[in-house]
Design a protein around this ligand. Sequence first.
Ligand code: MRU
Length: 350
Amino acid sequence: MNDKIFTVRLSDDGKAVELIDQTLLPNTIKYLSLTKAEDIWEAIFELRVRGAPAIGVAAGFGMYVLAQQIPHESYDDFLSDLTRAGKYLDSSRPTAVNLSYAVNRMLDTVRAHEGMSRTQLLPILKAECMAIYDEDRDMCRRISENGLTLVKSGDGILTHCNAGALAATEYGTGLGTLLLGKERGYEFHAYTDETRPLLQGARLTSFELNHAGIDVTLICDNAASLLMKQGKINACFVGCDRVAANGDTANKIGTRSVAINAKYHGIPFYVFCPSSTIDFNCKSGDEIVIEERSGEEIKTKFFEKPVAEAEVKCFNPAFDVTDAELITAIITERGIARYPYTESLAKLFL
Ligand code: MRU
């Protein structure tokens, strides 16, 4: 995105998490300045800030903002209050591992300085949350560089959900290859799944790509298979919310259908993944908790009138798990991993 639009940052005085309210995009650009635990929690839960890396960055900043509000100087009391705040923030959404990653990283930083006072710890925590932010930018850029080795100018790329700057920092992950490629003169044709029910593809991905000057065509989720059959898709690009040690990947609901379709049509299916999204403690996708959201998101959210009767039951999982076998490659900042991922991911990171 351009300099004027940012996803999430720490305010100049360090006392607030500032973020663009993504629920209002693309029609309204509004920034929020959050200082209270409840407001940061709500912003993550309501997807005002969303996308695994961006949630992690927001949580890191949130922990620092809340740390400054702790009234105790003593190490034990400070750690105890910050642990409580971390547990609370971590409860806002279950699937993206970046949330607990950032919360735990901030708490581990305190534990690594056992015995220090609040006054001593605060600057260290500020440096840590800034490091999470800076590392994310760096990872996104490297992932994008690695992604560019897999495609050529003129390719048609199918995207699902939003894995761009709005979901992370600067380039994003899944869209980073398109954005970096554009800067280097590549011409891509992006086909963007609208991504029911919260329309991250329609509202966010088409907005980002359009503003970056990339040729983007919005499609209904269920049009992807037809485009694949017509030969318009050369590769599928998606982000991820949690990658298990064996490569099973949780991402926005519908991702698995895209992967199955891609396999059927012999089209490469690529997952773009910063190391902060790999959960080596999770052996397979069976262990990943899938967030379930309100049925109202299906029936009423983006419609003038409800599209189903009030008493109709809904099932609204926010994510699904794509089996490792369906994934052509996982593109990380350290390199490109291929199946079997238990070995290839471990080789890159452990
Ligand atoms: O519910 P969301 O919008 O937070 O879901 C986001 C996704 O599924 C993204 O694809 C994923 O977090 C990767 S973002 C780089």
